[in-house]
Structures are given as structure tokens and as C-alpha cells.
Design a protein around this ligand. Structure first.
Ligand SMILES: [Ca+2]
Ligand SMILES: [Ca+2]
Length: 233
């Protein structure tokens, strides 16, 4: 009889403690962590590009949290609340999953990142230099080309390499995709009767830093003509 009484008292006490723990939340019970935000910056990346993924989470009990990351494709580096994700080499949507655990209970969230084609380098076509030859006076030439890009041209210019290998850069202006510049070829003042040849090429850079250099075009300023040779008779 005394034993049964003890068991009943024990059950009552246990129920009381559970009730206190559940109702008050101050001891015994564990509540799960919650994820308030999961971000990927940027959320659209080029193939093989990088995104920083950050999980903001908290635990009502102040438990230490462990972060577990996975993704449908790509490469995860780092650990903890923020990781680095490298996109795969193929376009499409990929999902990155984060699980936050307090050791007993967990919360989950995921975010979709869009993987796009890489920005390609500018295309330079119809590169023309006019005129391409000058008498010894030299003179002004017009340089033009059609330059296009999938993401936008940031800068285009002409690099002129002089006969002594020094280089002069000339900015190009444009109307639509037609880029142009003027450059004046100097007088050929050489005393040795040699032509002056200049090598011109266009360098175009897009907003992503991709650069394209055209093939070279040569412009020539001829040597002064020799005086006519007087026959020795
Ligand atoms: Ca907890
Ligand atoms: Ca581009």
C-alpha cells in the first residue's frame, strides 16, 4: 500500500513538472530553431560564377546552431551560417538547401539560384582605315568598325603603334554599333628614304571586363620622293 502511494505521488509530480516545462518554457522543453531569411547574392550568376548564400536563424532556447548545406548542383565551400556556392557549367535553375539544427530539432529552407550564359567578349567587324596610305605629308584618317556585345560595350579605342614601337591610344565615339575615331598620321620627315608604317588595332571592352582586340591594319606614310635622277649625259 505504501508502495502504490509512492507511485501515485510520483506520477502526479511527473505530470506537474511536464506541465510546468511545457507551459512556462523555462526548463526542460526544447523548441526548434527558426530560419528568418535565406539569401543568395547574387541570385543570378553566370555559369561557373559564384554566389554567397547566407542563412539567418535563431533558437528560442539560445542553443548553439549547426548549419548543414546542400545543393542540386554546383560546389559548396565554407561552413556555418554563410557559404560560397560555385555554379555548375550548365545554365538552368539550381536549389540550395540549408538545414539548421540545435542538436535535437531542425529547421529547413531553400533558395533557387538562376545560372545564365556567361557574358561573351565584344565582336569587332568591318574594321576600316581610310585612307590607308599617304604621301609624305601624312594626314587625317578615319577609323571605323562595327562593335557589338551581348551585355554592353564599356569602352572602345584604337591603339596606334608607331614605327619606333611607341603606342598612342585614341578613344572611339559611336552611333549605335558604329564606332569611329580620327587620327592624324604625322609627316614623314625621315632622311633615310624609308616609309613610315603604323599598325592600328581596335581594343573593345564590355561591362563585364571581357576584352577583344581586332587584327592589325597597317597605314603607310610614304617617304618623300627623291628628286628625279638626271641622266649623266
Ligand atoms: Ca532549441
Ligand atoms: Ca559581353
Amino acid at each position: 500500500m505504501r508502495t502504490l502511494f509512492s507511485i501515485v505521488i510520483g506520477i502526479i509530480c511527473t505530470s506537474f513538472l511536464l506541465g510546468c516545462g511545457g507551459g512556462g518554457g523555462d526548463s526542460g522543453a526544447n523548441d526548434p530553431p527558426s530560419i528568418t531569411q535565406l539569401t543568395a547574392i547574387p541570385q543570378t550568376v553566370a555559369v561557373n560564377g559564384f554566389s554567397t548564400v547566407t542563412c539567418s536563424a535563431s533558437d528560442p532556447d539560445g542553443d548553439q546552431l549547426a548549419y548543414n548545406w546542400s545543393a542540386t548542383a554546383g560546389l559548396i565551400t565554407g561552413s556555418g551560417a554563410s557559404i560560397n556556392w560555385q555554379a555548375p557549367g550548365t545554365i538552368g535553375n539550381q536549389t540550395i538547401y540549408c538545414t539548421v539544427s540545435d542538436g535535437a530539432l531542425a529547421a529547413n529552407a531553400n533558395i533557387i539560384v538562376t545560372v545564365t550564359e556567361a557574358s561573351s567578349a565584344p565582336q569587332i567587324t568591318n574594321f576600316q582605315v581610310n585612307p590607308q596610305t599617304f604621301d609624305f605629308h601624312g594626314g587625317e584618317m578615319q577609323i571605323q568598325a562595327t562593335i557589338t556585345d551581348d551585355t554592353g560595350i564599356q569602352q572602345a579605342g584604337v591603339k596606334v603603334t608607331y614605327p619606333d614601337s611607341s603606342v598612342v591610344s585614341v578613344d572611339m565615339s559611336h552611333v549605335g554599333s558604329l564606332y569611329s575615331a580620327d587620327w592624324t598620321a604625322p609627316v614623314n620627315a625621315r632622311a633615310d628614304g624609308q616609309n613610315m608604317t603604323y599598325s592600328l588595332k581596335i581594343v573593345a571592352r564590355d561591362i563585364n571586363g571581357n576584352e577583344t582586340t581586332s587584327t592589325n591594319t597597317i597605314a603607310t606614310v610614304f617617304a618623300p620622293e627623291d628628286p628625279p635622277i638626271v641622266p649623266p649625259w
